[in-house]
Design a protein. Structure first.
Length: 326
């Protein structure tokens, strides 16, 4: 078996509906966890978008997004984070979203970046991070992620919880390790993937039924890509990481963030606070959109990808990035 054969990973191109030429490969993080990368190359690309997905997500979900970027001159590279997609699962129950430490996701970022030369990705790099990927991405920027500009969609810089539930979430998740409940589902969540049990009419992700059906088809066709709710350990790790990041200044890097006005999963206030304090940063509100602006209707997607591509194109020729924080 050749090295190329050993690195080749499964990729469900028909479900992704991405641009031609997409392929997947395995990489191994420094702590031994195997991850999957999916690359949609583009001849003559202006640069490559590093797309950091959210919790529960997997590469194929962003096939249409990769096509939208290809139409605007950008290649796309994305990753299955540890514990989801086809990456190694890190919980005893593979249906649960879990992480031992939130900082472990930075091993995944490092593995992605280390793979770029072998994949022939040398051009300008840009970050687009969604939801949990926004939390991972902000930390990665602080740790020196070499991109020329960043964009976020509904970044998980806080979780939307009623005020009376916040101390309970902290207390229960913090005690879970000592109670032997670290890998127990967080209250109010299920082990089944969200789009398979939540009817479109009640979903918090998108107002577009066709895009919701796109996600449902993928879940039905490839259940091995899916996970359900987060463990108590994941919840506690996430709460701690978001608090740490909230106390840190914004990186000195051009930033554009998209937020739907109907957001109900992550904290809109945390996003507004962060972007108000991000020098040169811009917050774009998407009227009527829910959590996943890249999975909304055609007009919202057009507006989002146009703005994102223009933001990246404006920084194509920046000479590296400053690592000071503003």
């Amino acid at each position: 078996m050749t090295k190329t054969d050993e690195l080749t990973a499964p990729f469900f191109e028909d479900q992704a509906e991405g641009p031609a030429g997409g392929y997947a490969r395995w990489v191994t993080a420094a702590d031994g966890v195997r991850l999957r990368l999916v690359h949609w190359p583009l001849e003559g690309a202006k640069g490559t978008v590093l797309l950091f997905p959210g919790r529960t997500e997997y590469a194929e979900k962003y096939g249409r997004a990769a096509a939208d970027f290809a139409a605007r001159g950008f290649a796309t590279l994305t990753v299955d984070w540890r514990g989801q997609g086809l990456a190694d699962r890190v919980a005893g129950d593979p249906a649960l979203g879990h992480v031992a430490r939130f900082s472990d996701y930075q091993f995944d970022v490092q593995a992605l970046m280390a793979a770029l030369p072998d994949m022939g990705i040398t051009g300008p790099l840009f970050l687009l991070a969604h939801s949990m990927g926004g939390c991972i991405g902000l930390r990665a920027l602080h740790e020196g992620l070499d991109v020329r500009a960043a964009a976020f969609t509904a970044p998980m810089w806080g979780i939307e919880l009623p005020a009376f539930l916040r101390p309970i979430a902290w207390m229960l998740s913090g005690a879970s390790h000592y109670l032997g409940m670290a890998e127990v589902l967080s209250p109010g969540t299920r082990s089944e993937t969200y789009v398979l049990f939540e009817p479109f009419a009640a979903n918090k992700l998108t107002t577009d039924s066709a895009m919701y059906e796109y996600m449902r088809r993928q879940a039905q066709a490839h259940p091995e890509l899916m996970i359900g709710g987060p463990t108590m350990k994941w919840l506690n790790e996430a709460l701690r990481e978001m608090l740490r990041l909230a106390r840190m200044p914004s990186p000195a890097l051009p930033c554009l963030t998209f937020l739907g006005t109907e957001e109900s999963i992550v904290s809109p206030q945390r996003i507004r606070d962060r972007m108000a304090a991000w020098p040169g940063g811009r917050l774009e509100l998407i009227e009527g959109a829910r959590h996943e602006v890249m999975m909304e209707g055609a007009e919202t997607r057009r507006r989002t990808f146009d703005a994102c591509a223009a933001h990246f194109a404006a920084h194509l020729h920046d000479n590296g990035t400053s690592r000071a924080s503003a």
